[in-house]
Write a protein that binds this ligand. Structure first.
Ligand SMILES: [Mg+2]
Length: 262
């Protein structure tokens, strides 16, 4: 299999719309989630009850959370089960005493996490620099209320003409209906947009399969590292090579390319 292009190449075309993924593209999901888990770890005295370290807790929770998200995306579990079971399962795996188990820790997490305000490096400056010259929208797989809260707490909402969450529209990335709906809302042709996201399977393949020029945000990783971690997700990308605009390591790099693309 041929590797997707490493270098960012916008082909001298200035898109009217820049469509952006939210989690781990603008909003530092991993950093904020870890901070919220640390708060819960200390609040519920997990170390005293189980002997586990905060790092153990974060690692176990992350593994279980990914498993539940995969099941949620397949329609095997509900949003309610996903939200609560990822915590109860993690606490059980740590042998946290059942009698001390906090009943609504999932609510505490949902209250803390979306209000945290770490952004991906350069995100604020990126949006500020693009705002005058491009029309901006967010395309996110996630819960409507949660994603809106994140944008509000970081004061990012005013940059976007619309925010489309999978929950609100009943379709999710990488499905074509999700992206078709976004194009409809923008009133734009696919080739007048550029879509940016960090996850190859849901973002890059999703955008490409819908005919949208798409670039891949490596999230500060080197290309070699991203290749080692994500190559399994590249299956079939070559069929859409025409729309692929390459990879970039940082938002300032994309910002420069977009502002000199005219
Ligand atoms: Mg993402």
């Amino acid at each position: 299999m041929r590797s997707p292009l490493e270098a960012l190449d916008l082909r001298g075309k200035k898109p009217s719309w820049v469509l952006l993924d939210l989690d781990n593209t603008l909003w530092d999901f991993d950093g904020n989630a870890e901070e919220a888990l640390h708060v819960l770890f200390h609040r519920h005295r997990v170390a005293e009850h189980t002997g586990a370290t905060a790092a153990d807790f974060v690692q176990i929770y992350n593994r279980i959370n990914h498993q539940y998200w995969a099941r949620y995306e397949k329609g095997e579990v509900s949003k309610e089960v996903l939200r609560s079971a990822r915590f109860t399962d993690a606490f059980l795996e740590l042998n946290y005493p059942k009698e001390a188990m906090p009943g609504d820790i999932w609510k505490e997490y949902l209250d803390i996490c979306p209000r945290l305000t770490r952004l991906m490096p350069g995100a604020q400056a990126f949006l500020e620099a693009l705002a005058g010259s491009f029309r901006l929208a967010v395309l996110t797989n996630g819960f409507e209320e949660t994603q809106q809260l994140k944008l509000a707490c970081c004061h990012l909402a005013p940059y976007f003409e619309f925010v489309q969450s999978s929950e609100a529209v009943g379709h999710a990335k990488p499905g074509k209906p999700f992206f078709d709906l976004a194009l409809q809302r923008a009133g734009a042709a696919a080739n007048d947009c550029l879509y940016i996201g960090d996850t190859f399977r849901t973002d890059v393949m999703g955008g490409l399969q819908s005919g949208i020029p798409t670039a891949w945000y490596l999230r500060e990783r080197s290309y070699a590292q991203a290749q080692a971690e994500d190559a399994a997700e590249w299956q079939g990308w070559e069929a859409f090579a025409d729309e692929y605009r390459g990879a970039f390591a940082s938002l300032p790099e994309l910002q420069h390319a977009l502002l000199t693309s005219i």
